[in-house]
Design a protein around this ligand. Structure first.
Ligand SMILES: Cc1cc2nc3c(=O)[nH]c(=O)nc-3n(C[C@H](O)[C@H](O)[C@H](O)COP(=O)(O)OP(=O)(O)OC[C@H]3O[C@@H](n4cnc5c(N)ncnc54)[C@H](O)[C@@H]3O)c2cc1C
Length: 370
């Protein structure tokens, strides 16, 4: 049985692990923090606009597992908010244990608090991943899904400092780009003004810190829209966002809150003293990032050059997915690469004899091209 090692346990890593397992591999997921899902623990919006179709397509193509979980964990379904129709909002406080149980039931090995710090490469093929504690995790195929956020130095350099986000670099150690460690230069995303990276586009407010009226409306409708005073409207801030689908003028003219268990504030950051001037937000406090009043995490700083089979250039047995594989901006996109990889993994695990594994990976096309 071929052994597949996934580095990074966010949505993309979890999706890749499930795909590999269904294709018949023995699978290990390496995650540096103490929980799975990475940025998926602060998201929540699913099935909005074209993502509805993408989700249904992915389910029909055989990738139903994670969408079943996000549907089941949804607090609201079929809701509209500016620029978006028929969205669902999963509960960010409940979804991670559900995904973890799914992986355990599927007999996927999860190594938490296991930070990858280096790679062992021989003749363009990775032999093993070196963990911070000195252990080496060997495998036949490696899938890198470490995202594009961090290390902390990037947020300090290209953002407004470490805003203490869900990735918790100071406690668990910074993110490491595995492809870069293996000698392949990362690609970097740029903003309109030429500066590097992009701000994560939303924050979470602790729901209990909001007025009862706002809490009730969030629980009932899923959405609260509060007009921003004219003097405070700042449309320039929209260009900083990762998710340009939310960079509409309505998001500068209003504070838009969505109920994802906490209150998701659809702005990259917002000064706390100004936030507290809104009726109902007098006692508001940030849940994530902790310093959401001044900044947010910076993403898109580390993308692996790859082909359409998701194989990283110059390396025979390293695939990538999720944000590490391109300027993807959402959970649906991260779950989709599992479908793209399906063609490749099926081929490797069922059609090729183990001894031909590496050469086979270079030459085959993938059925599902992004
Ligand atoms: C604030 C915010 C709100 C968002 N809201 C939404 C939303 O509502 N809807 C939506 O569709 N999308 C949303 N997104 C985008 C979405 O969350 C991301 O695009 C997606 O979750 C990225 O998944 P990923 O698996 O590629 O990367 P990540 O989630 O970044 O996962 C990478 C994982 O790799 C781990 N890792 C990194 N380095 C190492 C290492 N060396 N060793 C071991 N593990 C390592 C990290 O700890 C992390 O768990 C949001 C993003 C943010 C930041």
């Amino acid at each position: 049985m071929a052994k597949v090692v996934v580095i990074g346990g966010g949505w993309a890593g979890v999706a890749a692990a499930i795909t590999a397992k269904k294709a018949g591999a023995e699978v290990t997921v390496i995650e540096r923090t103490d929980i799975l899902l990475g940025l998926g623990n602060v998201g929540g919006i699913m099935r909005n606009n074209g993502r509805y179709t993408a989700t249904e397509e992915c389910i029909l193509l055989g990738g139903k597992e994670l969408f079943n979980v996000t549907d089941k964990a949804s607090r609201h379904v079929n809701i509209d908010f500016p620029g978006h129709k028929h969205a669902s909002l999963y509960d960010v406080c409940k979804v991670e244990p559900m995904v973890r149980r799914l992986l355990i039931e599927m007999d996927i090995q999860i190594l938490l608090r296991s930070r990858a710090i280096d790679v062992d490469v021989v003749d363009n093929a990775i032999k093993g991943i070196v963990l911070q504690n000195g252990d080496v995790i060997e495998g036949d195929v490696f899938i890198e899904t470490t995202g594009s956020t961090g290390p902390m130095g990037n947020c300090l350099k290209y953002g407004n400092g470490c805003s203490m986000c869900i990735l918790r670099c100071p406690s668990f150690g910074p993110r490491v780009s595995i492809s870069q460690k293996a000698g392949v230069e990362d690609l970097v995303g740029k903003r309109k003004d030429g500066s590097y990276g992009a701000f994560s586009g939303s924050c979470k407010l602790n729901k209990d810190s909001l007025s009862q009226e706002i809490i009730d409306q969030l629980n009932k409708k899923g959405v609260v829209i509060l007009p921003v005073p004219k003097k405070d409207i700042n449309t320039k801030k929209l260009d900083m966002k990762v998710c340009q689908q939310y960079a509409l003028k309505e998001y500068a003219e209003n504070l838009i809150l969505l109920d994802t268990g906490h209150a998701k504030l659809m702005a990259p950051f917002y000064p706390l003293e100004k936030l507290r001037q809104f009726k109902g937000l007098e006692n508001a406090r940030y849940e994530d990032p902790y310093a959401g009043g001044v900044g947010n995490s910076i993403r898109y700083l580390s993308i692996a050059p790859r082909d359409n089979t998701m194989k990283v250039e110059k390396l025979d047995n390293l695939l990538c997915a999720g944000e590490k594989a391109g300027l993807f901006v959402g959970h649906t996109d991260e779950c989709n690469p599992k479908v793209r990889q399906l063609g490749l993994l099926d081929f490797i695990l069922f059609t090729s004899p183990q001894k031909n594994l590496y050469s086979t990976m270079i030459s085959i096309p993938c059925n599902f091209i992004n």
